[in-house]
Design a protein around this ligand. Structure first.
Ligand code: BMA
Length: 313
């Protein structure tokens, strides 16, 4: 184990890059955005927006460079639709976007806030204007979910985080058609005791597909006398059998340090739901919610992250 604290992720100097004050309509907070690059190179963030009732919807923001000059949809882009999907009664949250080449569509896996807690819902879209909703695909309590971009053997794969005991782990499930899910398998367990990722973990952005495996950035929730601290750690999974963990970092690699990460509606939270890979194929833009209040950007190098994981697992 190395003694030096790794600087794997670098905060952008313009952070936070998006706030409630930037929104074209009145909102409480904007955070936890899904992210993707559109075909023309535009960065699209699908932001979780909390209104002043306390309920969330999703709103798209687009930028040519992924840093500034954001064009924000003038109205909510994906609203809860409890009339047709009653599980969305208290809002939709925390989208993760995966482009599915087989369908030529983007999949958006998000949290539906049901009467019985969070569940996992799916919608697909070609253009982030019109959406096809699949409804709930994992019943509550479940969240922190994403699709992998292509089938593994013949089946789609969904990573998610069910809660059925005091400890909450990351699971993977498989489906022939995106609607019927089975072969539920434990993928990564929360550690116990004094670890930074003891008792409760969850996927953060969708896994990054690399020649060495699926690179997963996950969050660990440390319970303290003062509240929770959300930090990020790293793990690598087998490309052909993504339930097999090849490496898991011992230390967390990114945590709430800046004032905008430590103070807000929920302090001491960094919570990425998406990233983009720049044209060099190595640099990532990691977009994260800061303190459930604003959106921030950190950059990193996939190669450097894999090297660190190789030396620190
Ligand atoms: C988690 C998620 C996130 C949120 C975080 C901190 O459980 O629901 O949406 O950012 O809590 O409040």
């Amino acid at each position: 184990m190395s003694n030096t604290h790794p600087e794997l992720f670098h905060r952008h100097k313009l952070n936070p890059i998006l706030m409630a004050a930037n929104w074209p309509y009145p909102v409480n907070t904007v955070f936890n955005p899904g992210a993707t690059l559109l075909a023309d190179g535009t960065t699209l963030l699908l932001c979780r927006v909390e209104d002043r009732r306390g309920q969330s919807h999703l709103c798209a923001a687009r930028s040519a460079n992924g840093v500034d000059g954001w064009q924000i949809d003038p109205q909510p882009t994906l609203r809860p639709d409890p009339e047709h999907f009653p599980e969305e009664i208290w809002g939709v949250e925390d989208p993760r976007i995966t482009y599915l080449p087989e369908l030529s569509r983007y999949a958006i896996v998000y949290t539906a806030f049901t009467h019985d807690g969070p569940g996992v819902a799916l919608a697909t879209t070609e253009d982030f204007h019109r959406f096809e909703r699949y409804g709930i695909i994992m019943p509550p309590e479940d969240k922190d979910a994403t699709l992998l971009p292509h089938r593994i053997d013949d089946r789609w794969a969904l990573i998610h985080r069910p809660v059925s005991s005091p400890r909450a782990h990351i699971w993977i499930s498989y489906s022939p058609d995106l609607r019927h899910w089975g072969s539920h398998t434990l993928m990564l367990e929360a550690r116990r005791g004094g670890w930074w990722d003891a008792n409760k973990i969850g996927l953060s952005p969708p896994p990054i597909e690399t020649p060495e495996g699926w690179l997963v950035i996950y969050h660990g929730v440390r319970q303290t006398a003062a509240g929770s601290i959300y930090r990020l750690g790293l793990a690598l999974f087998d490309l052909k059998a993504p339930e097999i963990c090849l490496k898991r970092g011992a230390e967390w690699v990114f945590g709430p340090e800046e004032p905008y990460e430590q103070r807000g509606d929920v302090g001491y939270v960094v919570f990425p739901c998406g990233y983009t890979v720049l044209p060099d194929g190595d640099t990532i833009h990691l977009y994260y919610g800061a303190a459930d209040t604003s959106i921030a950007l950190a950059t990193g190098s996939i190669r450097a992250i894999l090297e660190w994981l190789d030396q620190n697992h």
